[in-house]
Design a protein around this ligand. Structure first.
Ligand code: ZN
Length: 253
């Protein structure tokens, strides 16, 4: 038996029994975990309110060897992201971020970079950052931190350097290809050299600094298409909507 005390972000919850909740949360120490919160659905429960999706909280979780589900004993709100929840566009994108982390991460595998990214992503949204840019930077990093980082410098097939004016991204192969290798391939998105430069630069920068970049509308569209296809492939969720309010993120199934 062990007691885990950790900061966490609530990813989602479902009803369980009469008054309980099954909560999925992402922790700084242990990655994605699931736990039962007994009595969390009782009227005016502060415990329940602290376990709403997107909430940044401090959890005390009780784990028993052999039990698949932990028990959430205590939860204190660090930040509820109330301001973010009051704005339709922000809450929609915040929910997509949380949903993507849920889909992209295995259980009980520590990934402090993703924990930090989710917290920063939600904080930037709440503070009124350029929504589309925030979404782009979030997805680029989430893919990289999940271990699916494409190479932006050379063709994945023939290894030549990508200096041509227009190159391609293959979501099926998970990387960039030169025009010659792209012939006959399916599921391709085209990328200009300007977009390629943005992708290389934004990944080297700190998340805050990267928000000062100003990609053109054409570059944003290319990145949106490229990562939309890539995320669809990685998560198996169709990207059927490219609405301005949910840039480049797949729609919920
Ligand atoms: Zn090639």
């Amino acid at each position: 038996m062990s007691l885990l005390s950790t900061p966490a972000i609530v990813l989602g919850s479902i009803k369980l029994g009469e008054a309980d909740k099954l909560v999925t949360f992402f922790t700084a120490k242990r990655g994605k975990l699931k736990g039962v919160a007994k009595g969390a659905r009782r009227m005016k429960s502060r415990f329940g309110a602290s376990l709403e999706p997107l909430t940044h909280c401090n959890l005390v979780v009780f784990e028993k060897p052999g039990d698949k589900l932990a028990r959430i004993d205590q939860s204190d709100i660090v930040h509820s992201f109330q301001k973010l929840r009051e704005n339709w566009g922000e809450i929609q994108l915040g929910s997509h971020m949380v949903h993507l982390v849920q889909r992209m991460t295995p259980e009980a595998e520590p990934n402090p970079s993703i924990y930090r990214l989710l917290l920063e992503g939600l904080t930037f949204l709440e503070n009124g950052a350029d929504r589309q840019l925030s979404a782009i930077l979030f997805v680029i990093r989430l893919v990289a931190y999940s271990g699916y980082q494409p190479r932006w410098d050379q063709c994945l097939k023939c290894r030549t350097l990508l200096t041509q004016p227009k190159i391609y991204f293959s979501s099926g192969q998970g990387g960039t290809v030169c025009p010659k290798c792209a012939e006959g391939m399916e599921r391709l998105a085209s990328i200009s050299q300007g977009t390629l430069a943005f992708l290389r630069a934004s990944q080297k920068m700190d998340y805050t600094v990267a928000h000062r970049l100003k990609p053109s509308p054409a570059m944003r569209l290319e990145i949106q298409t490229l990562f939309g296809q890539h995320m669809t492939y990685l998560t198996g969720t169709p990207a059927s909507s490219w609405a301005a309010e949910s840039p480049l993120l797949p729609t919920r199934p």
